[in-house]
Write a protein that binds this ligand. Structure first.
Ligand SMILES: O=P(O)(O)OC[C@H]1O[C@H](OP(=O)(O)OP(=O)(O)O)[C@H](O)[C@@H]1O
Ligand SMILES: NC(=O)CC[C@H](N)C(=O)O
Ligand code: SF4
Ligand SMILES: [Mg+2]
Length: 557
């Protein structure tokens, strides 16, 4: 697909869809996505977004995109590849405006194609929006069908495009973008952290369980000044509950605002963390200031993805008030308490196995050392289509440090075993380097259940722990011993909050529709709420269209 910048209005001109083919390498473990948004009229918003996306690159390496609003329209540039490959300096110079959203993608729904790359655009009449989504929506098939019947065009099979088009559709019908977002939030189910722009306003919103992370930051030069501090203090705090649909008018237009999947993206653009976007909340930022509204009621208990702290997030990000590094370190300590072993040296598997390895060494008193050298030019996961190539990918990425390994009893710490590809190769390499004993310790519980909320482990058959016992896995990878952290142990390392741990426990916070979950589970496994009925009426969209409650509650809007 050619690298091109689309002007929204041109894109509107009828590329009605034959949605593209589904992903061929569906058995591949994919990761996450990263989203970013900035409202800063006096700043270079495209470059700020580019830097933000560079900080979030570990969340998605398949495609990257930036959409900019300039007061009159919305421009998007997106393509397959890493941020550095997609954007040249000249590209960024042409993306001028006051606000922007950006996205780095690992697809969970829809093909690995230009069309499914984000931000997605919706252009219906004069309503132009661009949306970036991290997460997976589990009920978009029916909604897509209904939109197509209403004449809304689609370019891809992506769940995120359905959300974009729903928002565009309802916005055009009601004349209010916040209402378009709210009606869409009422219809879609699953995990979502979304950033969205039209030509002049930035929006950020999150699913009712807060499954995927999203933080708000204040852009400042050289620290918060008194006015900014006063403004930030007036923002609704996490504890304060706002009545549903009650807008909280805000305060300041000074400086600028940033929203991002992780705090590491705030750091890189010089933004101060303000707070998390609340589950079910819609934030709007424009030249009138910042407005917060509870789009849909928050779930009784949050269900933040616990795998963020285990693997996805960068160690220098802060989640629920604790650094991801400190969480992983504590997981390593807990693992040493739960599954001790006699050994000469503890090593970590780069990257995400390093902090827990330090924690394990600290707690056990066994010396910490470097045993695996990572080729810094190989990305964090592998997109090769075959198992053979994936295995070569591990070899290319990691090489044992023979000097340190030879003749020693080694404890190897990694954050997770998902399909087992990495660990089989690693144990082989370490034996080849002369390790006397290899004891594998994993600082998360066994991944037994597929995820449907933002990573691509939605087929249980792929998961080694769903197919083998711990002893069988130990034999399969060729280790002398193997142990996983317990669910209770993991929870003890987490900061206070409510967590989704469905991939370890099978307790899914959001019901999975039959049509979506069918064929994804192995014989004998049945999550508690798989069969909970979750089908919308054939005219769910038209029904929502008739709802005038928002206009009645917001006569001033
Ligand atoms: O059992 P598997 O299917 O091999 O998956 C598990 C491995 O994949 C991840 O590493 P990855 O290389 O993606 O990223 P990292 O460099 O951040 O550890 C994770 O940290 C494990 O090492
Ligand atoms: N990993 C993600 O968050 C993916 C977002 C979205 N479901 C897509 O496939 O593009
Ligand atoms: S199932 Fe696992 S990976 Fe998916 S959202 Fe829940 S904790 Fe995260
Ligand atoms: Mg790893």
């Amino acid at each position: 697909m050619s690298q091109e910048t689309i002007h929204a209005a041109q894109a509107a001109a009828g590329r009605v869809s034959e949605p593209e083919q589904l992903d061929e390498d569906k058995d591949q473990l994919h990761e996450e996505c990263g989203v970013f948004g900035v409202w800063a009229p006096k700043r270079d918003v495209a470059r700020l977004t580019y830097f933000g996306l560079r900080a979030l690159q570990h969340r998605g390496q398949e495609s990257a995109g930036i959409a900019v609003g300039d007061g009159g329209t919305v421009m998007v540039r997106k393509d397959l590849g890493l941020c550095g490959q997609v954007f040249s300096n000249a590209d960024l110079s042409t993306l001028t405006g006051q606000l922007a959203v950006g996205h780095v993608r690992y697809g969970t729904a829809g093909a690995k194609s230009w069309e499914a790359a984000q931000p997605h655009l919706s252009t219906i009449n004069e309503v132009i929006i661009a949306l970036a989504h991290n997460g997976t929506l589990v009920n978009t098939d029916e909604l897509r069908r209904q939109l197509i019947e209403l004449g809304v065009p689609f370019l891809s099979n992506s769940d995120s495009e359905v959300a974009t088009k729903l928002i565009g559709y309802f916005t055009q019908r009601t004349g209010h973008l916040r209402e378009g977002i709210r009606k869409t939030m009422e219809l879609v189910r699953g995990g979502y952290a979304m950033t969205l722009i039209n030509e002049s306003s930035l929006y950020a919103f999150r699913d009712p369980h807060g499954i995927r992370p999203l933080v708000l930051g204040k852009l400042v030069d050289g620290g918060l000044d008194q006015a900014d501090l006063k403004a930030a203090a007036k923002l609704p705090s996490l504890e304060e509950s706002t009545e549903a649909n009650e807008p909280v008018p805000e305060v300041t237009t000074a400086g600028g605002w940033v929203v991002a999947s992780e705090t590491c993206a705030l750091d890189i653009v010089g933004a101060e963390y303000v707070r998390d976007i609340r589950p079910g909340e819609i934030l709007r930022i424009n030249d009138e200031g910042l407005v917060s509204e509870q789009g849909v009621p928050a779930a009784e208990k949050p269900a933040n993805c616990i795998f963020e702290q285990v693997y996805f997030a960068r160690p220098d990000s802060i989640m629920n008030g604790k650094s991801v590094y400190a969480c992983r370190y504590d997981m390593g300590r807990m693992l040493a308490i739960e599954s001790p072993v006699n050994a000469d040296m503890v090593i970590g598997v780069p990257d995400s196995g390093m902090p827990p390895a330090e924690g394990f060494a600290h707690e056990s008193g066994i010396r910490y050392g470097e045993g695996l050298i990572k080729n810094r030019y190989v990305a964090r996961t592998f997109i090769e289509p075959t198992q053979e190539l994936r295995a070569m990918g591990v070899r290319m990425k990691l090489n044992p440090l023979k000097d340190n390994i030879e003749g020693k009893r080694i404890v190897v710490i990694d954050d997770s075993i998902v399909r087992g590809t990495t660990m089989v190769q690693l144990v082989k390499m370490l034996r080849g380097a002369g390790a006397k004993e290899i004891h594998v310790r994993i600082n998360s519980p066994e991944v037994i259940w597929p995820c449907f909320y933002g990573i691509d482990t939605d087929v249980q058959q792929q998961l080694i722990s769903a197919n083998k016992t711990v002893d069988e896995i130990c034999e399969f990878i060729g280790a002398d011993s193997l142990a996983f952290l317990s669910v209770e142990g993991l929870l003890k390392c987490m900061p206070e909050g409510g967590y989704c741990d469905a991939c370890f426990t099978g307790v899914y916070p959001v019901a999975i529709p039959d049509s979506f979950g069918r064929d994804k589970f192995m014989e004998g496994y049945k999550p508690r709420n798989l069969t909970k009925p979750m089908r919308f009426a054939d005219d769910a969209i038209v029904e929502k269209d008739k709802d005038k409650s928002w206009e009645e509650n917001h006569p001033e809007a």
